[in-house]
Design a protein around this ligand. Structure first.
Ligand code: HEC
Ligand code: HEC
Ligand code: HEC
Ligand code: HEC
Ligand code: HEC
Length: 397
């Protein structure tokens, strides 16, 4: 009797599972990819005359381009500690990698669609052309220069040992904007917001100077030792100048230019001390800071007496403030527009005779300490640089 009951129960459960699976389970539909950043650049073959797509191999001939590129953050777009930390989070969808290792050859899997349109359920197949060394190179030479299995260039040189297709239309600012401009709310708590392209288009440099004019300075040099001198471009792609590692150089001016008001050597007691610190975005073709919403700048003004007491302290933050939970939302944004000027003021009534000093400091940050700790970036990861640091001495008699 007991046994029959048990069998009956098992059969019922089994039938229920089958009925549920057949009739009620959500139908799985494969939906196509739609956004530009959902796609990798198709697998490329090694162009004839070359041994590989790797930067190091391009560098056997294009030595200077290679040495410069190695110092660019582009070369670290995959290995970067923060990127790797964020990529490992469950909240990071598959397409994170498409701007950081843009060539299909750099990716282990090909993504051909999404199950039920869910970005966390990509349809993947093994990529037979996957090259793990090329992956480490991040945004590498081939990311920008190899299309349809050929090297693309702006001039179409006939001296190269590899095929060159003249394609200046693929090597202009749209190449940069393809990655440096993305606004999308991917999930309620995940928003992609880089608007450097839109900021440039809305600003005074549009039609005058583009991304390449400012970030790839022109230089006359041979493209390969022993070849004729030509118009060439530096491949450092320096931006903020905040290094990732000690080796990355600062080769671009700061966007902001600072002008302190003059300070007398001597003031009278009870006189009002006033100091104006002007900051103007003169050099950037877009807002400052731009791109990653984690970037910010701090302006500090500190007035100190000869006892070392701080009489006045002012701290200003320039950047965006975001709230990520429960919904990604920009709370505020006081980035400098191109050409915009602001004045930071400090005022104090100088009561006592003696010596005083005014400290003025400006720092430019890639991300804040809390986020660096949260992502386990360690103590060596450079978070900021100091771009202005002056002490002005005066006395009250
Ligand atoms: C549309 C292209 C694109 C996609 C997609 C993309 N990124 Fe990026 N990512 C960029 C660009 C461009 C920068 C550099 C922006 C800057 O420095 O202002 C960047 C920078 C970063 C940085 C470094 C920030 C810094 O200042 O060092 C991290 C970390 C990062 N991305 C993580 C991610 C993650 C995680 C995803 C997926 C959710 C993702 N990225 C998807 C284009 C992209
Ligand atoms: C064996 C040497 C050699 C290797 C390896 C090599 N190149 Fe070249 N490349 C040349 C020479 C030579 C030229 C022509 C120089 C000239 O015209 O002054 C050239 C020209 C170019 C140009 C300019 C095209 C134009 O006319 O606008 C680009 C871009 C380029 N190479 C990219 C690459 C990339 C990317 C790689 C690696 C995937 C690579 N090259 C590997 C020798 C080489
Ligand atoms: C395939 C996508 C991609 C393309 C194309 C691209 N970038 Fe980037 N760029 C990135 C990513 C991602 C980073 C961030 C790398 C990191 O910090 O690890 C970056 C970083 C930079 C930075 C450094 C920002 C800083 O201060 O750290 C500058 C400047 C820059 N890119 C300019 C350009 C210019 C100019 C072009 C066009 C010639 C261009 N990029 C093309 C994706 C791209
Ligand atoms: C982020 C995109 C990007 C990457 C990465 C990149 N280049 Fe370029 N490269 C360009 C652009 C843009 C030009 C300039 C086109 C023009 O003349 O307007 C250029 C120009 C060149 C030229 C032609 C001469 C010159 O200097 O203008 C050579 C050669 C070259 N690159 C080689 C390389 C090599 C080698 C690497 C890797 C070590 C590399 N590039 C990485 C975008 C890139
Ligand atoms: C008129 C010159 C100029 C033009 C045009 C220009 N930039 Fe910049 N860019 C700068 C300067 C200067 C900085 C350094 C800003 C600072 O102080 O951090 C910068 C910084 C950056 C950064 C780092 C973000 C930051 O806050 O420092 C990125 C990324 C960048 N530029 C990408 C681009 C792209 C993409 C374009 C084209 C759409 C472009 N730039 C056009 C001058 C220019």
């Amino acid at each position: 009797m007991r046994k029959n009951l048990l069998i009956g129960l098992i059969v019922t459960v089994f039938l229920s599972v089958v009925i549920y699976a057949v009739f009620f389970r959500e139908k799985e539909v494969i939906t196509p990819l739609t956004n530009s950043w959902d796609f990798a650049i198709p697998n490329q073959d090694v162009p004839s005359g070359l041994v590989s797509l790797k930067a190091e191999d391009c560098g056997t001939c294009h030595q200077e381009h290679y040495e410069e590129w190695k110092l660019a953050t582009h070369a670290h777009a995959w290995t970067d500690l923060q990127f790797q930390a964020e990529l490992k989070k469950e909240s990071s969808p598959f397409m994170c990698i498409n701007c950081h290792i843009p060539l299909q050859n750099q990716q282990e899997f090909k993504v051909t669609g999404l199950i039920n349109g869910d970005i966390y359920r990509p349809v993947k197949e093994k990529n037979p052309h996957f090259d793990p060394i090329l992956q480490k190179e991040g945004i590498t030479c081939a990311s920008c220069h190899v299309r349809n299995n050929e090297i693309i260039g702006a001039t179409g040189s006939e001296l190269a040992p590899h095929p060159v297709r003249k394609a200046p239309e693929l090597l202009n600012e749209n190449l940069c904007i393809g990655c440096h401009n993305a606004s999308a709310v991917i999930t309620p708590t995940l928003a992609c917001t880089f608007q450097t392209g839109d900021e440039w288009k809305a600003g005074p440099f549009y039609g005058e100077k583009n991304c390449i004019d400012c970030h790839m300075t022109e230089v006359e040099r041979p493209l390969v030792t022993g070849y004729p001198v030509r118009k060439s471009h530096r491949h450092w792609f320096t931006g903020s100048g905040i290094p990732k590692f000690d080796t990355v150089q600062t080769t671009i001016q700061n966007g902001l230019v600072f002008k302190p008001s003059s300070i007398a050597k001597v003031y009278a007691a009870d006189e009002v001390f006033t100091f104006d610190f002007k900051a103007k975005n003169e050099n950037a073709g877009h807002r400052v800071p731009s791109g990653d919403p984690e970037r910010f700048i701090k302006v500090y003004l500190t007035l100190i007496n000869d006892q070392g007491d701080t009489l006045k302290f002012k701290e200003n933050r320039i950047g965006e403030e975001w709230e990520w939970y429960p919904e990604a939302k920009k709370l505020s944004d006081n980035n400098f527009d191109p050409g915009e000027e602001r004045t930071y003021k400090l005022e104090h009534i100088l009561k006592k005779k003696g010596d005083y000093k005014l400290l003025v400091k400006v720092t430019k940050h890639r991300l804040n300490k809390e986020n660096a700790e949260y992502n386990g970036l360690g103590t060596n990861y450079p978070l900021f640089i100091t771009i202005y640091n002056e002490q002005y001495d005066f006395s009250v008699e």
